[in-house]
Design a protein around this ligand. Structure first.
Ligand SMILES: [Zn+2]
Length: 519
């Protein structure tokens, strides 16, 4: 979670939002693009370019658990990830931030860990009521002796919470693959939610909120989100608030467990030194008895509707980035402009067109970059679409200086007005962007353990079949598709403009709401 929120801030500020969702969100990938560009076999017009396929295989177990395997024998490592369709898109105000808190509790004591302690503890522990209760679960939990040397296996693990997915991942050497599967199985099916540990984790999570709130860019993102998704802002804020986290109870954890932590709302993703048939077999053996939920949680608790914006609006956040510098007058101005973008499942064609269009504009020699960055108006400019099932945002990010902020905004809206003019980008730029996007995926796959999260991200928001066809569909994007996307989601559509300005630089920047929304 922390990794993600930080990355969101960084990504938002470095104007690379468009790539955030398609790849590893934790690492802004701007730096990678040029490498991919030079390595791409055909950066010049290449009509015969082959679209790549991601060679994963998948299977849905009878209990609904989707198992996705991407074998890669190059290094004797295995990553096992559990992805769950949970996150802020499932959070009404009273549950805001609790998918994240749940993520923290996943790594705490569960019944298997307790059973192991009870079996190996002294007589006093063994006869305690908690052990008596847990010992009764022995038939389900089985032999938990695998936990005895767990600390010596070099198992690395972490988890993240986003708007539309929560994931947990363990990387280990090949011989301990089964152990990693058991660790995940016991954590997801037999949580304990110990009250003492729970209170501790609440403090840890509130500490994360504190750290985020100490970064001014947090308020910029929050203002944009709160305006774009004004009716249900909690559904886009995975961090939650200090109040909602402080009011959390273990009862609410069990509520989340009963709704979302079920096999027919989860995927097991295994990458690395494994054979798909052995993964499917082991998944069935270990997790096949996990009981499916009678009703799909998204049928019982449907996603909310984010109503369209009635009109454009803007907001200036006055905050200092730090204590250094000459009184804030030289602090950069951070600007974000957001629109409601397409939703997966409702307008898939637009989601592919959005990614290609964003990529064209991100290329250093695009007209967008030349007019905003090469012109000296901004030090960075970018546009991105964040692929989501429930209204992904389209965001333009600009970093400029107080004295240039007004002119930079004027220039950016002049670009927006031209997005659909026939000469805005060339056919060569369109084709080159598709080539680079595809080769980027190959580069990303080099790091299999990280790529596991890419698969988990797409599985949760789009379904894995969307991702299977992703590169073929990007490849098929035409100029007409892009024009349709721009016309339906950007041109003349209500939007939100927000700016972060140091209080001391407010006069110099002299921004108005009209500047922010391009009027
Ligand atoms: Zn966290």
């Amino acid at each position: 979670m922390r990794k993600f929120l930080l990355s969101l801030l960084v990504v938002a500020s470095i104007a690379n939002l468009g790539l955030a969702q398609t790849r590893k969100p934790a690492r802004p990938s701007q730096a990678k693009a040029p490498a991919a560009a030079t390595a791409a076999p055909a950066a010049t017009p290449a009509p015969a370019r082959q679209s790549i396929e991601v060679p994963f295989v998948n299977k849905v177990l009878p209990n609904g658990l989707e198992v996705i395997v991407l074998p890669d024998k190059s290094v004797p490592l295995v990553t096992v990830e559990l992805a769950v369709r949970n996150g802020s898109f499932t959070e009404p105000p009273e549950l805001n931030g609790l998918s994240h808190l749940y993520e923290h509790m996943f790594f705490k004591t569960n019944r298997a860990i307790l059973l192991n302690a009870c079996e190996n503890g002294n007589y006093g522990i063994r006869t305690s009521p908690r052990c008596q209760e847990t010992l009764k679960l022995k038939p389900q939990l089985g032999d938990v002796s695998y936990l005895q040397n767990i600390g010596r296996l070099g198992l690395t693990y972490n988890g993240t919470t986003r708007e539309e997915v929560v994931n947990y991942y363990y990387t280990t050497t090949t011989p301990y693959f089964t152990t990693a599967m058991r660790v995940i199985n016991d954590a997801v099916r037999y949580p304990l939610f110990d009250e003492h540990e729970f209170e501790n984790e609440k403090s840890v999570v509130i500490g994360e909120i504190d750290r985020n709130e100490s970064n001014p860019v947090y308020y910029l993102n929050l203002a944009l989100n709160n305006r774009l998704y004004y009716k249900h802002p909690t559904r886009k804020n995975a961090l939650g608030t200090r109040e909602s986290v402080a009011a959390a109870t273990t009862e609410k954890m069990r509520l989340i467990q009963s709704r979302y932590y079920v096999p027919n709302n989860a995927a097991l993703i295994v990458t690395g030194d494994v054979r798909p048939d052995e993964v499917f077999k082991l998944a069935e053996q270990i997790m096949g008895s996990w009981e499916r939920r009678a009703v799909d949680p998204f049928k019982e608790f449907p996603m909310v509707d984010h109503p369209a914006l009635a009109k454009s609006s803007g907001e200036i956040i006055e905050k200092r980035m730090g204590d250094e510098g000459s009184g804030g007058t030289d602090q950069n101005v951070f600007i974000q402009i957001g629109w409601h973008g397409p939703s997966v499942g409702k307008d898939d064609a637009a989601t592919y067109a959005a990614d290609v269009f964003s990529y064209i504009l991100s290329q250093p020699d695009s007209r967008f970059q030349r007019n905003l960055v090469d012109s000296g108006l901004a030090s960075a400019a970018g546009i991105g679409y964040y692929t989501q099932r429930n209204v992904g945002p389209i965001t333009i990010v600009l970093i400029t200086t107080p004295d240039k902020a007004k002119a930079a905004l004027k220039a950016v809206y002049a670009e927006v007005a031209q997005f659909n003019s026939p000469g805005y980008f060339t056919d060569e730029e369109l084709e080159a962007s598709k080539t680079i996007l595809s080769s980027r995926d190959l580069f990303d796959r080099e790091e299999t353990s990280e790529y596991t999260h890419t698969l988990g991200f797409w599985w949760s928001s789009t379904g894995i079949e969307y991702f299977r066809g992703y590169h073929k569909n990007l490849d098929a994007v035409t100029r007409a598709d892009i024009n349709r996307y721009v016309k339906n989601y950007i041109t003349g559509k209500p939007h939100v403009g927000v700016a972060l300005v140091a209080p001391e630089a407010k006069k110099i920047a002299n921004l108005t709401e009209a500047d922010l929304i391009g009027r």
